[in-house]
Design a protein around this ligand. Structure first.
Ligand SMILES: Nc1ncnc2c1ncn2[C@@H]1O[C@H](COP(=O)(O)OP(=O)(O)OP(=O)(O)O)[C@@H](O)[C@H]1O
Length: 600
């Protein structure tokens, strides 16, 4: 089974510890099996008069002073049993410590592997993936594997050894009794394997239902503002309740399945004990077997049945672990983003040129069509157009979140695809539409890319982003802690902190993807003015739906349905009939334009 192979791979580096754990459990099993043998020999040969046939046993008895000495000092045998039990406990302790240690290390390794891989997955994967489901795979699924590794894996070896050894001892004691003692085993095994294949399916359903529940919870907590603003609480409670019910039902199915397994396997186990008692007593009364042999078989049958009963738990945990490994593998098998470390790392000045560029998330449906324009280093380009016209997609290409399908994009005369991805992202700063702030202080958020940046630069960037005054009005100023997702800040404050965080890096190309939308017009003007004064060296690309925001750009691209439909400065575009003028009229409804608007 490939999941078991993968699990074995995860265990690399700790396999010896698991092995040592297995040795410890085997030793503890050996000690637990010795007790019935000692009891049997005591009853039959020390207290009774049966001749000791085993040479080893004879030697051991002689070593302890002989049969008659032991008969008079029975307390010595009691002490031996106590020592055996102590040793058994000691090895069990070692086994538990070793297997838990190995399991903790293995699962840490899996978590690291997963986290590392998730970090390297392309942007495309992340925007489609459900966060709750990813969280579930990194936490709950890893825990399931840990449970199997720390509790069951080593036990499997112990149980197997126990079954083989007990069976061997039983056969060497009495073949007839050994056969009676194992008569129901084939049925128990067959039943356990049917159960194993069932449990995998049922657990997969329950695990997926749990992942859906986590997704709903995560979405709801993240979007708590939207939920409150639209009074969606009842809807959300209902949605959660449905998923919760679904998860409960699927978990219940798993519990029911386990209950059936325990009931049937317990019935078979008790039937087995009953058979040993009935046949054993019958043969003991007839004198076919000794009383000591019967007592030993009663002990051994319990030893044999215990791991077989335990098999249900082992198989359940193994089935769950197989499902969890599969779910983790699904992530690990996702191709990572190739960052082309060998790509060029030229000094970037900020000249950009697009030449007949085509791009589509799905190749058959291009969202950018035949895009051509050039921007000189240090100048400002603005993109305006209806939603879905392709503005964000265009800037995604610039930071190589996606690669263009046709045409050419050059930065300072070097083809973008030849430039190292990490390098380009270091040089193209982007302020996103919905900025995410970390649960750190404002200062740490602004210094995110380089914690060694001096505080002076932090204040300077915050001033350019028009957020310095806001920050200073907080009790702890720059040391104010931003709650998860910055919920304690206003949308505009978050946007401006994100702007400060980007401009502090002095990237030669800076993109504002609708990132001034949450600030008022006055602040918008102040930020752009400060940027203009400062960023003489950076090429600035501003995406906005607001004419006021784009009007001062050196060049404005008007986009519609993936094409550039107009190009020019604000003044030039106002002279043309077209989309730009219409947007302007809608946003500036003066009488003259109202008239125009009504006539067209
Ligand atoms: N990750 C994606 N996968 C598939 N299609 C996408 C993806 N992102 C955007 N699109 C589609 O590409 C088209 C252009 O979207 P884009 O986000 O570039 O538009 P936009 O002009 O920036 O819109 P807005 O002003 O609303 O931000 C839209 O039809 C959109 O549905």
């Amino acid at each position: 089974m490939k999941e078991i192979k993968k699990l074995f791979e995860f265990m690399t580096g700790y396999r010896k510890i698991y092995l040592l754990g297995m040795v410890c459990i085997i030793l503890s099993q050996i000690f637990s099996m010795l007790s019935p043998l000692v009891v049997r020999t005591t009853i039959d040969s020390i207290i009774g008069d049966e001749v000791i046939s085993s040479k080893i046993m004879k030697n051991i008895i002689d070593l302890w002073g002989g049969k008659f000495f032991l008969r008079n000092n029975i307390w010595l045998i009691g002490s031996i049993i106590v020592v055996i039990t102590l040793l058994r406990g000691l090895f069990l302790y070692f086994k538990n410590t070793l297997s838990s240690k190995a399991a903790e290390h293995t699962t840490k390794k899996i978590r690291d592997l997963l986290y590392d891989h998730i970090q390297r997955l392309p942007y495309e994967y992340h925007i489609k993936a459900e966060t709750g489901d990813l969280v579930q795979r990194c936490t709950s699924d890893v825990e399931t594997i840990k449970r199997f590794l720390s509790i069951q894996l080593v036990e499997v070896a112990g149980s197997l050894f126990m079954v083989i050894l007990v069976f061997y001892i039983m056969v060497s004691l009495n073949v007839k009794m050994a056969l009676v003692s194992t008569i129901t085993m084939p049925v128990i095994f067959a039943f356990a394997f049917i159960f194993f294949s069932k449990v995998k399916i049922v657990f997969q359903n329950s695990d997926e239902a749990e992942a859906e529940l986590t997704t709903v919870l995560q979405e709801n907590l993240t979007a708590v503002r939207v939920v409150k603003a639209f009074a969606r609480q009842d809807y959300e409670i209902k949605k959660f309740d449905e998923k919760n019910k679904e998860y409960r039902n699927k978990s219940q199915k798993l519990i029911n399945l386990l209950a059936v397994y325990w009931a049937v396997s317990d019935f078979l186990c008790f039937l087995q004990i009953g058979l040993v008692l009935v046949f054993g007593s019958f043969w003991a009364v007839r004198g076919d077997i000794s009383l000591g042999t019967l007592v030993a078989f009663i002990s051994y049958i319990n030893m044999l049945l215990w791991p077989i009963r335990q098999m249900g738990r082992t198989l359940t945990d193994m089935g769950k672990a197989v499902v969890s490994v599969r779910r983790i593998e699904e992530i690990l098998n996702q191709p990572i983003e190739i960052l082309e470390e060998k790509g060029e790392k030229p000094a970037i000045h900020g000249n950009i040129s697009f030449e007949k560029v085509w791009f589509g998330y799905d190749k058959a449906n291009p969202v950018l069509k035949d895009i051509s324009f050039t921007v000189k280093a240090g100048s400002t380009l603005a993109l305006i157009g209806p939603t879905g016209s392709g503005k964000s997609s265009l800037v995604h290409l610039l930071s190589r979140l996606y690669d263009y399908d046709k045409g050419s994009i050059k930065i300072d005369d070097m083809e973008l695809k030849d430039i190292d991805k990490k390098w380009i992202r270091k040089n193209v700063g982007i302020v996103l539409q919905e900025p995410f702030l970390y649960a750190k202080t404002i200062r740490d958020n602004i210094k995110l890319a380089d914690p060694t940046i001096k505080d002076d630069k932090v204040y300077e960037s915050a001033k350019i982003a028009s957020v310095h005054k806001d920050i200073m009005s907080f009790d702890k100023g720059y040391d104010t802690y931003v709650g998860e997702r910055g919920v304690s800040l206003s949308g505009g404050q978050k946007q401006r902190i994100a702007i400060a965080r980007t401009i502090i890096n002095n990237c030669p190309i800076v993109i504002f993807d609708d990132s001034l939308s949450a600030v008022d017009t006055e602040t918008d003007i102040a930020i752009r003015k400060a940027l203009k004064n400062r960023q003489s060296k950076s090429t600035t690309i501003i995406i906005s739906h607001r004419i006021a925001t784009v009007s001062e750009a050196d060049m404005i691209l008007v986009m519609d349905k993936g094409r550039i439909v107009q190009k020019g400065s604000h003044e030039e575009l106002l002279k043309e009939e077209g989309l730009y003028k219409r947007i302007y009229q809608i946003q500036n409804p003066t009488e003259e334009f109202m008239d125009l608007n009504l006539r067209t």
